[in-house]
Write a protein that binds this ligand. Structure first.
Ligand code: F6P
Length: 333
């Protein structure tokens, strides 16, 4: 029996569960098509001359890779003309991107990190695309930054792709988390895992240990206890993994549990964390919660945060519920 394609899945969602409107269905299909194009470019690597620096910087002051710029262009071009969007925002652009006047406008706002984990591009390690969908506020026809500043609880859809040995698209429309694998011969995403659940407990953690000396005491206490293993208060050994691509680390957690942390630290006191709230932390938090996990800054639930800036950074602790709750309890102790 042929697999369930993303198109078929979305149509089932539209007619059976009413979880998707036809505009949202179109949006997800268009984003998935862009993700296929990004996957092709990532997969060609040095053959297509797409590796290396672009010679430009983004709003975060980070050097852009050629593939950051290519992935951003692909997403912009794909999503401009379909009539499903009011505006877009990207990690790679200072300000929101308006839909050109010549195209119809829609009711949604799309935010994305076109290529997450870009330090891994040139070394042939998994990278990915993250996206989040919000509704454009009523009565707004030319959205500005403030129209994007909605808490993560307002997301209607979120997803990410991992460009690894296979290309996988993970999606939530607010009723569970589903994974689709790209069938490269057919060019379609096929449902390979429905209703993913993250185990509540874990013996695996992910954190950049080189930042240890900058951590706040609750994080230091938590990781010290994990490292003590069987001989410490946890009474069991823990394993560590750090891909340095959030997409790959979160995908692993969806598959077998775990905790991922990029906590607030004292390395650069101006930055309340490394990851970006609107197009990294919020979509991942939505997905993780939909899969039965938890996502916190250590102090608050990520999805409840009221954003103040499009490119704001935030501390992230997410994954297996009992571990995330333990880290949060150390912050309030
Ligand atoms: O910018 C985001 C990101 O690349 C994440 O995908 C990843 O988890 C993190 O940064 C890696 O950070 P570091 O370079 O400190 O390991």
């Amino acid at each position: 029996m042929p697999g369930i394609t993303l198109t078929r899945f979305l149509i089932d969602q539209q007619y059976q569960t009413q979880a998707v409107s036809s505009d949202l269905r179109l949006l997800v299909e268009v984003v998935a098509r862009a993700i296929k194009a990004i996957s092709v470019n990532v997969g060609k690597g040095a053959l297509a001359g797409v590796l290396g620096e672009a010679g430009t910087g983004n709003v975060q002051g980070e050097a852009q890779k050629k593939l950051d710029v290519i992935a951003n262009e692909i997403l912009l071009e794909a999503n401009e003309w379909g009539g499903h969007l009011a505006a877009m925002a990207s990690e790679e652009m200072d300000d929101p991107h308006a839909i050109p006047h010549r195209y119809p406008k829609g009711e949604f706002l799309l935010l994305f990190d076109p290529l997450d984990g870009s330090s891994n591009i040139d070394v042939n390690v998994s990278v990915g695309t993250i996206f989040s969908v919000l509704r454009c506020p009523d009565g707004v026809s030319l959205p500005t930054e403030k129209d994007f500043l909605q808490p993560g609880t307002k997301q209607v859809c979120a997803g990410f792709a991992v460009f690894g040995p296979s290309t996988v698209l993970v999606l939530t429309l607010g009723n569970g988390v589903h994974a689709f694998t790209l069938d490269r011969e057919m060019g379609s995403f096929v449902l390979t895992q429905a209703n993913i659940r993250i185990p509540e407990d874990t013996q695996e953690f992910a954190i950049n240990m080189s930042n240890m000396r900058f951590w706040e005491p609750p994080v230091k206490r938590y990781v010290d206890e994990l490292l003590a293993g069987k001989t410490g208060v946890r009474g069991k050994d823990f394993n560590m993994r750090w891909v340095a691509s959030m997409v790959a680390d979160v995908y692993r957690i969806l598959q077998r549990g775990g905790i991922f942390m990029y906590p607030r630290d004292l390395k650069d006191p101006k930055k309340p964390g490394r990851l970006r709230l609107m197009y990294e932390a919020n979509p991942m938090a939505f997905i993780v919660e939909q899969a039965g996990g938890a996502a916190s800054t250590g102090r608050e639930r990520i999805l409840d945060l009221q954003p103040t800036e499009l490119h704001q950074r935030v501390a992230v602790v997410l994954g297996s519920k009992n571990e995330v709750e333990r880290v949060a309890s150390y912050h309030s102790a």
